[in-house]
Design a binder for this molecule. Structure first.
Ligand code: ZN
Length: 241
């Protein structure tokens, strides 16, 4: 029996505590809903939030996390730089990272991408179709041709990210925009997946196919064998040269 993937779901957990409309959808926070979905898919999940000491992301937590999931929106600036640096080091050493929705503007995602990660947006009631453009990719396992979300916030191109190593989803919105909504990267030994849906005023993380994508992505991003890497000055490898 293989060891379950250990996921930590991080959420800034602010909208749910101040906006009754969001609290009605996620009474215990977005992180709790996502963690429950992961457990249903056989993964091990715990949560961490911004207002905990060290944002809940201590060395001990990160060292026992295979994959970190990140949801943030209104408080990106409150995330301490030393915690961001710690998460970045763990990703480079092999921890997986899944960045959700408005996490596109988080310090950690921008640091790992090296671009502005800016985009177009519109809060409304657009319908979103997420087309699978990498059929057979592990993150799309068990899905049909597309996922349909009846109501979501619109994100539109241009999305200022580096070209994805693999693009798994392209979204179309009823307003006519398109968006690269499922993008895979490698940084160091770590795998990163950006997944677009999940505006806090819509019940997106209760959607079974969205839960499936997040679980698939956690399995995909979990470190398998991490090769030893050595760097720095050294004498010639071949004696006498
Ligand atoms: Zn949003």
């Amino acid at each position: 029996m293989t060891t379950p993937v250990r996921v930590t779901v991080w959420n800034e957990y602010r909208h749910e505590r101040r906006d009754p409309k969001v609290a009605a959808i996620y009474p215990d926070g977005i992180h709790t809903t996502i963690a429950a979905g992961l457990r249903e898919h056989g993964l091990e999940a715990r949560t961490a939030t911004l207002d905990e000491p060290e944002h809940g992301l201590t060395d001990e937590v990160l060292n026992t996390t295979d994959v970190l999931i990140w949801w943030g929106h209104s408080a990106h600036g409150e995330v301490a730089d030393d915690v961001v640096a710690r998460v970045q080091q763990r990703v480079l050493a092999g921890m997986g990272l899944i960045v959700l929705h408005s996490g596109h503007f988080s310090k950690i995602f921008r640091a790992l991408m090296g671009t502005s990660c800016d985009l177009k947006w519109r809060e409304g009631n657009d319908r979103e179709l997420l087309w699978v453009v990498a059929p057979g990719h592990p993150i799309a396992e068990g899905l049909g041709e597309l996922i349909m979300l009846d109501q979501e916030e619109m994100y539109g191109e241009h999305f200022d990210i580096p070209p994805p190593e693999t693009l798994v989803f392209i979204s179309w919105f009823s307003g006519g925009e398109v968006f690269r909504s499922g993008a895979c990267y490698t940084r160091g030994a770590g795998r990163i997946f950006y997944f677009r849906p999940g505006h806090e005023t819509h019940p997106t993380y209760h959607h079974p196919e969205v839960q499936r994508v997040i679980a698939n992505a956690a399995r995909w991003a979990a470190p398998g064998y991490v090769a030893t890497r050595s760097y720095g000055n050294r004498p010639p490898h071949v004696p006498g040269s």
